[in-house]
Design a protein around this ligand. Structure first.
Ligand code: NAD
Ligand code: DAU
Length: 360
């Protein structure tokens, strides 16, 4: 992870929220090994179904004085205030969220609480730090812009048009962050990123779901006609973009982050089938493409996302390193090699461990 400026430990006590999730755990792993950062990371996570402390067990063991985990719900304002003062927090990188669109259609209430009220609580704590506080970075999504037709790209000045409870809650939290910058002068940046993929992604999202279903010979559900388009970014590239913005970005600004890798869902599913057939052919010898099943479409399903990240590239020098082809192969191989991790998620073993450690 590099930045385009020389920075020596710009923050002493960085609060990362949602650090036991997919992107947060990748971010912490990258950052703690980054020569530009010698401070402490305080990871605050509620450990929902998507938060897995196993994602960072190696980091917890190797860096006991620089990595601190606190099981706290960001909706618990008093719990957060305690963490901010106890660890003298001077910066925040805010990942914690309910992140799955399908769940937001079934149980929107959790999204309102965590994504909006939780973000508000964090902003209040950051504001209370006064001049000590250096930066609040909010990790957001391209879904706030809504859906594109066949042409065009999301730019930072594209009007917000969220279509799902998830994207509406993220849009609300973006607005709160911007309001705290404008009204209270809180130093803050926002990134709006496209679809991430890579190690440690919870297998409810398209890529890991398809990999694991295909390995078990289960149906591969493709919503609608399979021609919805997403712009895919390897997770470590996203982490590098976030760090670049936190250390070199301009307070009050928003930066779009994307992979320049637009793909139809059906093409991705076919690619995964072909990679698996090559590395680990099915026991019955049949091509896995035969498992593809078109299912009922997601309500309000956005048709196409595509990102223009010219601002981040021109102003801060960031661009993605990983190609979709090599990144997807690496990701499939990672899941093939993580049998224990997958088993623990499937059997709920890690959830049982959380209950034993922390109570329900
Ligand atoms: P994830 O679902 O894998 O992880 C979310 C983490 O937040 C989990 O560890 C969970 O336990 C924690 N969490 C949830 N509610 C909490 C609460 N009330 N208090 C404390 N912790 C809580 O999500 P992800 O895919 O890693 O996404 C992280 C962030 O990045 C989210 O804000 C999401 O909106 C944003 N984002 C994700 C993507 C993507 O493709 N995954 C793309 C752009 C932006
Ligand atoms: O664009 C950024 C967003 O990307 C993030 O903000 C969200 O947190 C993240 O979950 C992701 O949202 P998507 O809805 O795009 O991701 P998901 O993996 O759920 O779906 C990707 C595409 O695949 C989408 O068009 C729906 C489709 N899909 C998904 C699943 C789970 C299927 O066809 N079948 C499936 O089983």
């Amino acid at each position: 992870m590099k930045t385009n400026k020389e920075h020596k430990s710009p923050f002493r006590n960085l609060l990362v929220t949602g650090g036991c999730g997919f992107i947060g755990s990748n971010f912490i792993r990258c950052l703690i090994k980054n020569n530009d950062f010698s401070g402490r990371i305080i990871n605050v996570d509620k450990l929902t179904y998507a938060g897995n402390p196993e994602n960072l067990s190696d980091i917890a063991a190797a860096f006991p004085s620089r990595y601190i985990f606190q099981k706290v719900d960001i909706c618990d304002a008093a719990g957060l205030e305690d963490v901010f003062s106890r660890y003298d927090i001077d910066a925040v990188c805010h990942f914690a969220a309910e992140s799955h669109v399908d769940r937001s259609i079934k149980t929107p209430g959790d999204f309102i609480q965590t994504n909006i009220v939780g973000t508000f609580n964090l902003l209040e704590c950051a504001k209370a730090r006064g001049d000590k506080f250096k930066i609040f970075h909010h990790v957001s999504t391209d879904e706030v812009y809504g859906s594109l037709g066949a042409d065009g790209l999301f730019r930072e000045d594209t009007p917000y048009h969220p279509n799902s409870p998830y994207s509406a809650s993220k849009a609300a939290s973006d607005h709160l962050v911007r309001a705290y910058y404008k009204t209270f002068g809180l130093p803050a940046t926002i990134s709006n990123c496209s679809n991430n993929y890579g190690p440690y992604q919870f297998p409810e999202k398209l890529i890991p779901l398809i990999v694991l279903n295909a390995l078990e010979g289960k149906q591969l559900p493709v919503y609608g006609d399979g021609k919805n388009v997403r712009d895919w970014l390897y997770v470590e590239d996203h982490c590098e973009a976030i760090w670049t913005i936190m250390t070199s970005g301009k307070s009050g600004e928003t930066y779009n982050v994307g992979g320049k890798a637009e793909m139809e869902n059906i093409i991705i599913v076919q690619m995964i089938c072909d990679i698996l057939d090559e590395i680990q052919p099915a026991k019955d010898g049949k091509p896995r493409r035969g498992l593809i099943t078109f299912v009922k479409d997601r309500p309000g399903h956005d048709r196409r996302y595509a990102i223009d990240f010219t601002k981040l590239n021109k102003e801060l020098g960031w661009s993605p390193r990983e190609s979709f082809k090599s990144g997807l192969r690496k990701t499939v191989e990672w899941y093939l090699n993580q049998k224990k991790w997958v088993e623990n998620i499937k059997t709920g073993a890690y959830q049982a461990w959380i209950t034993e450690q922390y109570g329900s």
